[in-house]
Design a protein around this ligand. Structure first.
Ligand SMILES: Cc1cc2nc3c(=O)[nH]c(=O)nc-3n(C[C@H](O)[C@H](O)[C@H](O)COP(=O)(O)OP(=O)(O)OC[C@H]3O[C@@H](n4cnc5c(N)ncnc54)[C@H](O)[C@@H]3O)c2cc1C
Length: 368
C-alpha cells in the first residue's frame, strides 16, 4: 500500500458542493484531493440543464443571501468559463408566470416585501405579460427575473474539475472509496493500491449522506426528481427559461432543446426514470407552453435525488464525535446558487476557525 504525502484536505464527492470546497481551499493554497465513486456530474448537480434562480418558491421569495451568493457563483462561472472551450451558462433570465390570483398577489408584492435590488425583478400584469410572452399558457401575469442563469450542469462540472486540476487539485474518480480512521488521521482507500491520508475529510456526497450512518442525527430528506429534454428540428426561440412549479430551461447554447424538470417524488424505489414522470412532465410542458410538445421530435429522461433539511437551509460543519470529519450538503433546490458562498464559509471554519452563519451551521442540530 503506497501512502503519498498527506493532503491538507480530502473531499468525498465531486458535485457542485465538493468542487466548490476544493476551489475555496485551493484559493487558500491548500493541497487537496477529491474522490468520487463516479465522475464529476455523476450526482444531482450533473443535470443536463438547471437554473440559478434567486426568486424562489410559491411567493418568489428572495433566497437567503441572494445578492452575495449570486455574485459568488457568477464570479466562479466566469473564472471557469474563461479556461473552458465548452460554453455552459447563459444569463438569460427566468419568467415566473402566476398560475393563480393568489400567486399573482404574492408575486406583485415580492419586490417591496423582499427589498430586491433595482433591476433584479419586474412584475407584469396579465395584458403586458401576455403581449410580451404570448407563448405562455394560462396565467394571471408574471415576474421577469433578470438575474437568473441557465446552466448545463454536466458540462459545467466537468469543466470545473478540469479547471481545478490545472490549479493543482488531485483527483480519484470512478472508484468507490473506503474510509477509515487511525488516531487523528483519516485514510481513504480507493482500491487502486494507494491509501490517501489527511487530518481533514469533507463529506460532500449528496444523497449518500442520507444513508451512510455518520450523519443519521441530521433529519436529511431525499426527494427524487426527473427531467425530460425535448429536442426540436427548429429553434423554438424562447428568450428566457421558465420557473413554474418545476422548470422549463432553455439556452442559446443548446438552441434546439427545452428541458422540463420537477422534483416531487418523496416515495421512490430507485433512481431509474419512470413512465409516470414522463407523463407528468409532458402535461406540465403542454400546460405551460401549449403547442410546443407536438413540435418536438424526441425526448430523453434523467433522474436524480436532491436532499433537504426541514428548515430548507444547507448544512456545514464538523461531526460532533469524529474529529476531522466535516459535512457540506442539504442544498435542496439551491445547490448552484448557494454552493460557492457556503463552501467558502466551510473552508474558513476548517482552516481559520471562523464560525459560519448560524443558519447553515451543523450546531443548530446539536444540543448546546
Ligand atoms: C431533477 C433535479 C433538478 C434540479 N434542478 C436544480 C436547479 O435547476 N438548480 C439548482 O440549483 N439545483 C437543482 N437541483 C438540486 C441540485 O442538484 C442540488 O442542490 C445539488 O446538486 C447538490 O449538490 P451536491 O454536490 O451536494 O450533490 P451531488 O451533485 O449529488 O454530488 C454528490 C457527488 O458525490 C458522489 N458520491 C456519492 N457517494 C459517494 C461515495 N460513497 N464516495 C465518493 N463519492 C460519492 C456522487 O457520485 C456525486 O458526484 C436539482 C435536483 C434534481 C434532482
Amino acid at each position: 500500500m503506497i501512502l503519498p504525502e498527506p493532503f491538507d484536505l480530502i473531499i468525498l464527492g465531486a458535485g457542485i458542493a465538493g468542487l466548490s470546497v476544493a476551489d475555496a481551499a485551493i484559493l487558500q493554497g491548500k493541497r487537496c484531493l477529491i474522490v468520487d465513486s463516479k465522475n464529476p456530474g455523476g450526482g444531482a448537480s450533473g443535470a443536463p440543464m438547471m437554473l440559478i434562480n434567486p426568486a424562489t418558491g410559491r411567493r418568489a421569495k428572495k433566497a437567503w443571501k441572494a445578492e452575495e451568493s449570486f455574485g459568488a457563483i457568477s464570479g466562479l462561472l466566469n473564472r471557469v468559463q474563461e479556461q473552458s472551450k465548452h460554453s455552459f451558462f447563459d444569463q438569460n433570465g427566468v419568467l415566473r408566470p402566476a398560475l393563480t390570483e393568489k400567486i399573482a398577489d404574492d408575486f406583485k408584492m415580492s419586490d417591496s416585501k423582499y427589498n430586491w435590488d433595482h433591476g433584479w425583478l419586474e412584475w407584469l400584469d396579465k395584458p403586458e405579460f401576455s403581449s410580451r410572452f404570448p407563448f405562455i399558457g394560462n396565467h394571471y401575469g408574471g415576474l421577469v427575473v433578470s438575474n437568473a442563469i441557465t446552466l448545463l450542469g454536466d458540462t459545467f462540472l466537468k469543466s470545473f474539475s478540469r479547471y481545478l486540476k490545472k490549479n493543482n487539485l488531485h483527483t480519484s474518480y470512478g472508484h468507490e472509496p473506503e474510509i477509515f480512521r487511525k488516531k487523528d488521521d483519516w485514510f481513504v482507500d480507493t482500491g487502486c493500491g494507494v491509501e490517501y491520508t489527511s487530518k481533514i475529510v469533507v463529506d460532500a456526497t449528496g444523497w449518500n449522506q442520507t444513508k451512510n450512518g455518520y450523519w443519521n442525527f441530521l433529519p436529511l430528506h431525499p426527494v427524487k426528481g426527473q427531467l425530460a429534454t425535448y429536442f426540436f428540428e427548429e429553434n423554438p426561440k424562447l428568450p428566457h427559461s421558465i420557473s413554474s412549479l418545476g422548470y422549463m430551461a432553455v439556452t442559446k447554447i443548446k438552441p434546439k432543446q427545452i428541458t422540463v424538470g420537477s422534483t416531487y417524488e418523496h416515495d421512490f424505489k430507485d433512481l431509474k426514470t419512470t413512465p409516470q414522470a414522463s407523463a407528468y412532465l409532458r402535461k406540465k410542458f403542454e400546460n405551460t407552453l401549449p403547442g410546443f410538445l407536438e413540435k418536438s421530435i424526441y425526448s430523453r429522461q434523467w433522474a436524480s435525488l436532491r436532499v433537504s433539511l426541514p428548515d430548507k437551509m444547507p448544512v456545514i460543519g464538523p461531526h460532533p464525535e469524529f474529529k476531522g470529519l466535516y459535512i457540506i450538503g442539504a442544498f435542496g433546490s439551491k445547490g448552484l446558487l448557494l454552493s460557492t458562498l457556503v463552501a467558502g464559509q466551510l473552508v474558513r471554519q476548517i482552516f481559520e476557525d471562523v464560525h459560519p452563519n448560524k443558519k447553515i451551521s451543523i450546531s443548530r442540530f446539536l444540543q448546546p
